[in-house]
Design a protein around this ligand. Structure first.
Ligand code: ZN
Length: 342
């Protein structure tokens, strides 16, 4: 009996020791590698204490105040579908340009868009950044129209290169928004073509500057300039940080005034003046890459300076509201309709 007990004790001790060794082993690895690994292993190892970045992957249930209105109240836009797209992205872990996790997101984007019947062009390119040469991918959905002219919608889908940063709002929310818009718009044919851009590499790798930021949108704007297609773009509506529970949207002051008016007047008509404010703030973002080449553009961007979690590990799924996503989606759909009549 005593011998058996001793063996049992020794075995228990060995198990605990091995477990501790494994946990310690996770620490030094790059964030995105570690999180992907832990996410896979967590399914068959429930009792082990979780490293801190798992907290962001756990899905808290949305609260009643954040429930999405029925899609028929928001032009068909389904806030719950959009919310699920955010949760999916967050489950991949941090998604900076060039990471294994962003490759999984790229596969997800492509398979979702294909399932909606969208035509998608992929531009794979490499960008020289302060952290080395990175492979990036832009996606461009093209929905044909009857007359020459293009209405461009867009978002970035990469997340900031920062430990434990899963970017639920930046840029999970706007990526989800564009996916849901693609589902609704790909089967439709309007007067003008509608293109939907998914940019890689918006975030700076070290410090935001003209050369260290907006890699994807600069690449797309340059390519469309070379082909001459950029002249066809009548308006560019960009979304960024659009899913916060308490999101508010000041008018982005560097945008084209007529387009700011069009979007904010549309929001007011739909009854969203409490969220689409009459105040102004300016932001540097992917619209700059097109405005510098003469394209009229508007950036619909949440008040990130005051949201309390911008570019911190607290930008997690619990900050996201299906209702906010549905409201912004409704505004994008109605604004696109307005642009189709001009
Ligand atoms: Zn950002």
């Amino acid at each position: 009996m005593t011998k058996r007990r001793a063996i049992l004790l020794l075995a228990t001790f060995l198990c605990v020791f091995l477990l501790l060794l494994r946990l310690v082993g996770y620490k030094g690895k790059p964030v995105y590698l570690a999180s992907a690994k832990v996410a896979e292993e967590s399914t068959n190892r429930p009792p082990a204490p979780q490293p801190p970045f798992m907290s962001a992957v756990a899905v808290p249930p949305p609260q009643a105040a954040d429930a999405a209105p029925p899609p028929d109240k928001t032009g068909g836009f389904d806030g719950n579908r959009a919310y699920a797209h955010v949760a999916k992205q967050v489950s991949f872990g941090p998604r900076p340009s060039g990471s294994p996790a962003i490759a999984r997101l790229q596969d997800y984007l492509q398979s979702e868009l294909k399932s909606y019947g969208c035509t998608v062009e992929t531009d794979a390119f490499s960008a020289d950044t302060p952290v080395g040469r990175l492979l990036m991918k832009n996606f461009l959905v093209k929905i044909p129209g009857e007359k020459p002219g293009v209405i461009l919608l867009g978002t970035h889908y990469d997340t900031l290169l920062k430990e434990n940063f899963v970017g639920a709002d930046d840029a999970g929310s706007s990526t989800a928004l564009m996916l849901e818009l693609a589902r609704l718009l790909c089967p439709q044919h309007g007067k003008y073509a509608v293109w939907i851009a998914f940019f890689d590499g918006e975030e700076a790798m070290k410090q935001w500057s003209e050369t260290d930021s907006r890699y994807g949108s600069r690449q797309m704007a340059a390519r469309l300039s070379t082909s001459g297609d950029i002249k066809k773009i009548r308006a560019f509506m960009l979304a960024d940080i659009v899913g916060g529970r308490n999101a508010q949207f000041p008018r982005e002051s560097s945008s084209t005034p007529a387009l700011i008016d069009l979007v904010w007047n549309t929001a007011a008509k739909l009854g969203y003046s409490a969220i689409f404010l009459n105040t102004s703030a300016s932001a540097e973002d992917d619209h700059d890459s097109f405005m510098k080449r003469g394209v009229p553009a508007v950036d619909v961007i949440g008040d990130f300076v005051n949201n309390g979690y911008w570019h911190t590990p607290q930008d997690s799924l619990d900050k996201i509201s299906a209702k906010t996503l549905a409201i912004v989606g409704h505004v994008f759909l109605e604004s696109t309709k307005q642009l189709q009549t001009k």
